[in-house]
Design a protein around this ligand. Structure first.
Ligand code: NAD
Length: 369
């Protein structure tokens, strides 16, 4: 029986990279029935709203979605569709693995980190206003609840245990934010005490940024609040080779939505130029989530071998700095076709070149096929 998955193509490069992921999904032979729904600019054109109820209904019904990036107006305009989706569906755990692929694109070829970010509250709660009519002062409220801190810390430690990760670091700014920071810190400490098999420590966010660019190999799983996690996951994506290769997943108690770390990259929209790898690795995470381990391994290995060969790679992977031997850049669709071609051919009897991504299916046993 086919697994029904909601597909949200998104804005900018979203339609191109989700098309690429669908092509690779077909190559795995896993039967997926895509239910395509629009959010963002296409939805505004069709329905007048960027997040129509039909999108939420589809994800609630299918309990699984693959999503492209969605544009958010900067400094005004409508509220972020991405934030609204996470809050409406209570997708509280954002998991962003940063694994360097085929090494060369980074000074840190051994990077293998996972950022676990609380995704429903904090400074993204949407509680903000201008203080005066002149717009000369403004406030954004940092809503932190003990319940959300407890569940994100529990999610992170459970994931670390399930994935046999060695170490968890809690990141906050409790020296300055003596209520919100301290609440997260207390929750983290109390949860860490319940997992004696996993070593844990804490870092202030500023120090964490410095530590990560200096010695990322000392870190493993990072648990943090919403804005800090957003920033750290882009930083970790940079360590692992760039936004073009950084996938992500959002989990609630019964739902999972897979979306890349990157945004809609408007300047590349419609040019068939964007790197499809991040979205294809979202597909890999989705396949792991539904128990299709071999298909997920095939996708990861096909991506790895395509990036390593450097014959058919997009501009970001072809640049000097990413590769010691710059090569002509291929299109998004050409790279996707090459990955899809390799999927049935790769040899899984060889050990995987890197640790596999977290399967992170904490709750939804019903989805395991
Ligand atoms: P961005 O991630 O779109 O782009 C940052 C840089 O990375 C740009 O130089 C871009 O060209 C490059 N890049 C991103 N993805 C790439 C890919 N797949 N291949 C090659 N290069 C790639 O971030 P931004 O410019 O800050 O944001 C653009 C829009 O995306 C904004 O409206 C923002 O709100 C939105 N956004 C959405 C999400 C999401 O949907 N989850 C996440 C981040 C940003």
């Amino acid at each position: 029986m086919a697994t029904r998955v909601t597909l949200i193509p998104g804005d900018g490069i979203g339609p191109e990279v989700t098309r690429a992921a669908r092509l690779v999904a077909e190559a795995t032979g896993v039967s997926i029935d895509w239910e395509v729904v629009d959010a963002g600019e296409a939805a505004i054109k069709a329905t007048g709203t960027p997040l129509p109820p039909a999108v939420l209904d589809s994800v609630r019904k299918n309990r699984l979605a693959l999503k492209g990036p969605i544009t958010t107006p900067i400094g005004g305009g409508f509220r972020s569709v991405n934030v609204a989706l996470r809050q409406e569906l209570d997708l509280y755990a954002s998991v962003r693995p940063a694994r360097s692929i085929a090494g060369e694109g980074t000074r840190f070829p051994e990077t293998d980190l996972i950022v676990v970010r609380e995704a429903t509250e904090g400074l993204y709660s949407g509680v903000e206003h201008w203080v005066d009519r002149e717009h000369s002062a403004a406030e954004t409220v940092n809503v932190i609840t003990r319940k959300a801190c407890d569940r994100i810390c529990k999610f992170g430690f459970e994931m670390a245990r399930r994935e046999h990760r060695r170490h968890v670091t809690g990141v906050h700014k409790a020296n300055i934010m003596k209520t919100t920071g301290a609440l997260f810190q207390t929750a983290f400490r109390e949860m860490a005490a319940k997992y004696p098999d996993i070593t844990a420590d804490e870092r202030l966010i500023d120090n964490m940024c410095m530590q990560l660019v200096k010695k990322p190999e000392e870190y493993d799983v990072i648990i943090t609040t919403n804005l800090m996690g957003d920033i750290l996951s882009d930083l970790c994506a940079g360590l692992a080779g760039g936004l073009g290769v950084a996938p992500g997943a959002l989990y609630g108690d019964t739902l999972a939505v897979f979306e890349p770390v990157h945004g809609s990259a408007p300047k590349y929209a419609g040019q068939d130029k964007a790197d499809p790898v991040a979205e294809i690795l979202c597909l890999e995470l989705l396949l792991r989530h539904i128990g299709q381990r071999e298909a997920a391994d095939r996708v990861f290995r096909a991506v790895w071998e395509t990036v390593a060969e450097k014959k058919v790679v997009t501009y970001d992977l072809a640049l000097p700095g990413y590769t010691a031997h710059p090569v002509p850049a291929s299109s998004c669709s050409a790279m996707a076709k090459e990955i899809a071609r390799k999927v049935p051919l790769v040899d899984l009897s060889k050990p995987l070149p890197r640790p596999v991504a977290p399967s992170a299916a904490p709750i939804d046993a019903a989805l395991i096929t």
